[in-house]
Design a protein around this ligand. Structure first.
Ligand code: SAH
Ligand code: SF4
Ligand code: F3S
Length: 472
């Protein structure tokens, strides 16, 4: 039997990492990866439920694959990830030709379930327990992931890797599906994390990005009662020689302690880049979101960061048009962007999610066109402050890790001439410059000549050649 698998991944970095691991597992079971669903014997969709639009895109992709399945009934169609966990049987109802539904906590079962489907045992489903369907421990166990399986060939670049340190989330923001799809918050054991980081370093990773929904709340309780927190974990990871840069996302404002900020300051390999979503600039909205902090708390956190890490870059997420958001509330989000001058912000229009507190108790009362207008307005202000701050880099030199050719570079690559390359500074700013593919994976100094709201534009700093003539 031929074993060709195609995987399509949408959603956040957690999903990118999950896909990498599923592929590593399938390769060990004799599968090879192909680039299109047409060539594949098994087509897997790794899905996201964070907004309705993300789900609708997946259902529409499933609609398109139906024809291929009709032509070739042996082709296996699998849906994995957050939408699989959230919709469960509903996936089979909406797309009856799907063979496999697997939640993010059950991904290790995929090779065996594929065997069952292909052996004629019919459609298969493996999902984790819902938040009330068992004891704390049983629920947590059912959401555990199988992270040690890593496959560098599945990464966007071989020298950058994700490393999960925390599973799930217990914050229960009223709009959010994640505590349901990914289960209870669990810190992975520091020994496991360290061992995995060593594997990544051996595979060539220079930069690791630690992943968790509220990564700075990371805690692991040892059997002797002692606790490893995020600061201690960073200290331990910092000792791995071959790893040169450590980033971590996403942070929760309330848990950005002085101890953590001081640790970041004292560890040169840890990036002074903090993605710490505010979600709204209005206390009333934050309260309805159950975010657990006020705007004053957020500003106090900004003050701590400014004092301890004056050169840090901060980025945020915002939801516009949340239940009951007035124009005045919205203008407070605009004001917060102006005050905090985020490096960038991801801005989303509120989308009602079944199963969340907001969907049960609050009315989605901001019309679509107002959500869209607020989205554009907030984005324009964000871009304005980002451009002003990026322009401050003009004339300066920055150090970047080169990632590879930019999209434009790939399009214009005709051989040996210079192409546009892309890289990032330690504070996560994107830098483009003319260079060549061999520079990928190198740390380089770039002289910045221009900037837009999302990108710094520069050139390789050439070593000044001192004319010998002037010396004699
Ligand atoms: N754990 C992270 C966020 C994960 S989801 C945190 O707490 O910051 C990524 C982003 O999606 C969120 O920050 C939020 O801005 C957005 N989001 C989540 N649920 C949403 C919903 N129902 N509608 C619109 N945006 C949403
Ligand atoms: Fe969702 Fe809130 Fe948890 Fe982030 S902290 S994953 S927004 S519930
Ligand atoms: Fe989406 Fe699940 Fe990530 S809902 S954003 S893929 S945790």
């Amino acid at each position: 039997m031929s074993n060709r698998v195609y995987i399509k991944t949408v959603g956040c970095q957690m999903n990118v990492l999950d896909s990498e691991m599923v592929i590593a597992d399938l390769k060990r079971n004799g599968y090879t990866v192909v680039d299109s669903p047409e060539e594949a014997d098994c087509v897997l969709y790794n899905t996201c439920s964070i907004r309705e639009q993300a789900e609708e895109k997946t259902y529409s992709a499933l609609g398109t694959i139906r024809q291929a399945k009709e032509k070739d009934p042996d082709k296996v169609i699998g849906v994995m990830g957050c939408m699989a966990q959230k919709d469960q049987e509903l996936v089979f109802k909406r797309a009856p030709y799907v063979d496999l539904v697997v939640g993010p906590g059950q991904l290790h079962t995929i090779p065996a379930l594929l065997d069952k489907v292909r052996g004629g045992e019919g459609r298969q489903m493996a999902v984790s327990l819902s938040r009330k369907a068992g004891s704390q421990l049983e629920i947590a166990r059912s959401h555990e992931t199988f992270d040690p399986l890593r496959d560098p060939t599945m990464r966007p670049t071989p020298f950058q890797a994700y490393l999960r340190i925390q599973i799930g989330c217990d914050k229960f923001c009223t709009y959010c599906v994640v505590p349901n799809t990914r289960g209870p918050e669990q810190g992975r054991s520091p020994d496991q994390i360290l061992a995995e980081a060593e594997v990544l370093a051996e595979q060539g990773a220079l930069e690791i990005t630690l992943l968790g929904q509220t990564v700075n709340s990371y805690k692991f309780k040892h059997e002797d009662g002692t606790v490893t927190d995020m600061a201690s974990l960073l200290q331990r990871l910092h000792e791995i020689d071959r790893i040169k840069r450590i980033k971590f996302v996403t942070n929760y404002p309330k848990d950005m302690t002085e101890r953590l900020l001081e640790t970041i300051r004292d560890l040169p390999k840890v990036s002074p880049y903090l993605h710490v979503p505010a979600q709204s600039g209005s206390d009333d909205v934050l309260k309805r979101m159950k975010r657990g902090y006020t705007v004053a708390d957020y500003m106090a956190m900004m003050e701590r960061i400014e004092r301890i890490l004056p050169n840090a870059a901060i980025s945020s997420d915002f939801i516009v048009g949340f239940c009951g958001e007035t124009e005045e509330d919205f203008q407070k989000s605009v004001a917060l962007v102006r005050r905090c001058r985020f490096k960038n912000s991801f801005i989303f229009q509120y989308s009602v999610r079944p199963g969340t507190k907001a969907s049960e108790r609050l009315e989605d009362d901001v019309p679509r066109d107002i959500k869209a207008r607020r989205n554009n307005e907030l984005l324009a202000v964000q871009d304005e402050v980002a451009k002003e701050d990026n322009l401050k880099f003009v004339g300066k030199e920055v150090e970047i890790l080169v990632e590879g050719p930019s999209k434009k570079g790939i399009k214009n690559d005709e051989g040996d001439q210079l192409i546009q390359m892309i890289g990032r500074t330690s504070c996560d700013r994107i830098v483009v410059f003319d260079g060549n593919r061999r520079q990928a994976g190198q740390f380089m100094s770039i002289q910045i000549d221009d900037a837009s709201s999302h990108t710094l534009i520069g050139r390789v700093k050439t070593v000044e050649v001192v004319s010998l003539g002037s010396l004699v």
